[in-house]
Design a protein around this ligand. Sequence first.
Ligand code: RUQ
Ligand code: CUA
Length: 672
Amino acid sequence: MSSHDTSEGEETDTKTERSAETLLSEHEAQLNALIADVQGPDADSVETQLPNLGLGLGRRDFMKAGAAVGVLGSVAGCAGQGDSQGGTATPSSSHGDVPDHFVPPGEHDKYYGFWSGGHSGEVRVMGIPSMRELTRIPVFNRECAKGYGFDDGTGEMLKDAGDYTWGDSHHPSLSETDGKYDGEYLFVNDKANGRVARVNLKYFETDAILDVPNVQSVHGCCIQSPNTEYVFANGEFRTPLPNDGRDVDDPSKYVSLFSAIDPESMDVLWQVKVSGNLDIADSDKDGRWLLSSSYNDEEGVEIEEMTRDDRDSVKAFDVPAIQKAVDAGKYEEVNGVPVVDGTRESSLNKGDNPLVRYIPTPKSPHCVEVTPDGKYGIVAGKLSPTVSIIDIEKLGTEPDPAKTIVGQPKLGLGPLHTTYDDRGHGYTSLFIDSQVVKWDIEKAVESPKGSEEAILGKIDVHYNPGHIQAVQAMSVEPTGDWLVVLNKLSKDRFLPVGPIHPDNDQLIYIGNDKDNETGGMELVSDHPVYPEPHDAIMVHKDKLDPAKIWDAKDYEGEREYISEKNSGIERLDDSTVEVNMSSKRSEFGLREFTVKEGDEVQMTVTNIEKSPDIIHGVAIPEHDINLALAPQDTREVTFTADDPGVYWIYCTYFCSALHLEMRSRMIVEPRD
Ligand code: RUQ
Ligand code: CUA
């Protein structure tokens, strides 16, 4: 309103200013009290490092305190309300003996889950049993929120790994020591471009990607149990070798390759070519056999050919024997990689110790998963209602490969994957029946092939399950409590969101063995998920020890730590400048800098904060620059200042009350 007289206006302004100041200091006092409450009286007094703007904002860590407010508020509001699931879960069918899967605000889950993200190219980290998504780890995709693929380091890593903009991540595998998850690394394949990536679990960040030579698509991928001496990758699609234009019209010359990768250097060590193709892979628990399913022993190129025969074969790779053959020079080199002949006709497969054993299994089997005790490899029929139980010990002693199959229960339609508890049960997903079947493994070995005697119960899932995974079931320490089923279709389970539906991940409690229809399995919750996770792996939280902030020593010699003092700009030559900046709440080490039109700008930025959770971003409009820097992290980015003008560099993470003001100004002067 324009009718206010001057004095009223002034009074209002002063009042506003005063109250802002009062509000801030009240807020600060409140936060101090809350932090002390949450962290105890010895709580770090975290400096906000705000420039002194006379607002009385000297000493408090707003973001952290904000989180504390949330924690306290929520705990007070929700304690004991185990049933209020905020609409993310369907009602539990629990009869009171299922532990609560609802994790109250402020409390932690018991397990981490790592979900492959399918053709989103990423890995997602979930809390189990809440099924809350904790974070996402970009792997084969460029990703804005974490600046992955934007800085020079991750950008070059993606470039060196083939420069694809996406991937199709299917099978996450956790590194092991003595058969137990050791919390160091996670490996995952890219089906689309034949790659394998490594995620460093200290930083939850992808630190290496290998574009596997000579293969087009990597499907099965797993570490070697028990000590992660290799990472194995199955080439699914048969192609000419090398695939350089030769033999394109002669599919009989196409091959699938099994690859062994060094988990430290992420180099391929050797490959084995096989007859037929390769699909899913799992390792035994003793470092000898690697089992691989396959669905194209016909070596067909059309679907009718691939599904023609009643049998395909599981390949069992004798890893130490293959290593020996490689060491003895029994290979041909293709694109610098030793390739061993493991086809049926190979002389290396004759005699008493074949490198690769071919075990006939019914009709296009899908998965192979080894039991936690290492006794059996279980192969799901897919187009057969049975699963085949391979006795792993017999692989080394039984001359007739068919006789290594010691059981073949009939479980239901479309069996795809099997997982395990700690009590000798298998849980198999039935894609066509939309069910999970629980069965007794030893009983299945004892009962006649094709019988249903071993079945303990079935439960409906919604709908068309693919992978199924129980906690720590790929290690020697399954916990036998929770299981997730990754359903490919959700149909009517959620509010409609247009024609691309979410998938549906369902949580099932398996800790109660009961003599009822489901064998004690209880479906406890539904979770819509963005397309399209394929597989998951879960581990007790105590086995991981993620860093809270970066340790600058971990990149010493690779990237220079930029402090406030050594922030600056240096011209290297007529067309190259180096810009070094620190970042902290709420300023960059340089408030402005000037470069010339056409300059290549080599920028290095360090987040010098030591307070956890204070992330700073570096965004440069119209230059496609987007970095995210965790405390003590340093990133580099190189770009060209193409057009003269003023460009406001700003921070993308809401880091403090003065986050919006956290800016630097890049001035690009015209060349002449
Ligand atoms: S496959 S749905 Cu890529 Cu793991 Cu079986
Ligand atoms: Cu730093 Cu926002």
